[in-house]
Design a protein around this ligand. Sequence first.
Ligand SMILES: Cc1ncc(COP(=O)(O)O)c(C=O)c1O
Length: 365
Amino acid sequence: MSEPRSAPEREAILKAPGFCRYSTGHLAVVDWDADTGWSDPRVESWSDLAMDPATLGLHYGQAVFEGLKAFRAEDGSVHLFRPEDHGSRLARSAARLAMAEMPPALFVRACAELVSADEAWVPGGYGQSLYLRPLLIATEPDLGLRPARHYRCVILAYPADPCFGADFRPLSVTTATETVRAVRGGTGESKCAGNYAASLLTRTEAQAAGYDEVLWLDGHERSRIEELSTMNLFLVWRDGEKPRVTTPPCDGTIVRGLTRDSLLTLAEDRGIAAAEEHTTIDAVRDGLRSGRLAEVFACGTAGVVVPVGRIGIGGEDLTVGDGGEGPMTAALRSSLLDVQHRRTPDAHGWLRTVLRADENGGRRA
Ligand SMILES: Cc1ncc(COP(=O)(O)O)c(C=O)c1O
């Protein structure tokens, strides 16, 4: 439930929004019906989703989601970051679950209409954003196991600081020993609700043991590192003349992170050697012991780029570097945020302008 808020209330929230604590009070809604196809997007006041208890999406898990951000530039203009790519990924996630695939252009339109309506909710601080959470769920009531004939996409919006905090405190992670997140041929690459449900038990156990997150290993041999429950992972090697950055490849078991992709591109732009390659957990352990593995960081839309300071591997706790943030992690995060806030040119065409500086009521960052 979200009550409409006054302008002074909103301004107070925008000073320290946290992550997904205060919704803007609006939703964008798009429906799909097997007979009539996709509806136009509409922006509505926040309201409950009324669902029949026999709704297919609730029983068989046809539910996929996205997470993307709108940023304010210093001149006050507002831009969505890579919305077409988020739309394409939502469509791929939907296809894997035999759901209706929303055309990315329609997805972008729905996001842009919501951001326009909620323009006053886009914070201006560096690293802050309006976080959008599109959810696509099967809404047809029936208990027969089959793809639904009705879906609803709702897009929620929240002013946001980075999800692990604006101070980018180093995270601690531990390897999963009993469970796996994904196997080839499964749904690991999709942002489907079930993947997150499947990670919760181990994540909760890790947190009870004093870690922030789980470092998932491959589902067959449990020897190669894959990703965290909500973020991709990068390793920074200092084993030659120049530092080298690596990240596990997208083989169908990890989410194809757009932050990951952006960082690979930005690293290349800056002449930093960057590669997608498998790394075993043994190589991570050896690298940390020898110091050749100098930095580890996690990345995702919600958290941006966050250092990993401690890794639990088979009962042993290893500190990454001195446990703090390394220079490569900080530099790549700034490179990304500088593009997102339009402090540096958008050389790769990642920003979609939703409101120009002269359309936003004079608000500035
Ligand atoms: C499992 C998982 N891996 C990685 C990511 C990072 O993806 P992105 O950078 O597109 O947000 C996410 C977040 O969406 C995720 O849920």
